[in-house]
Write a protein of this length. Structure first.
Length: 69
């Protein structure tokens, strides 16, 4: 998927640059002035292009989710 951000979206650009992931791979929300813009953009992207995950067996017989490329 292609995604572009308009140069005037300064708050979103700063947010994407400064937000780091925590040890669980989720956005670190310790700084409350960040993550709001990137969260909102994530919801917009998910609405426009939802991830299509399908359940299929993985190695060892456990079930997992697979998102096609």
């Amino acid at each position: 998927m292609h995604w572009r951000c308009h140069p005037r979206c300064e708050r979103l650009i700063e947010d994407i640059k400064l937000v780091h992931l925590d040890e669980h791979g989720l956005p670190d929300k310790k700084n409350h002035s960040l993550t709001h813009a990137s969260d909102a953009e994530g919801y917009r992207v998910e609405y426009l292009r939802p991830a299509r995950a399908t359940r299929r067996p993985t190695i060892g017989g456990q079930w997992g989710f697979y998102a096609p490329p």
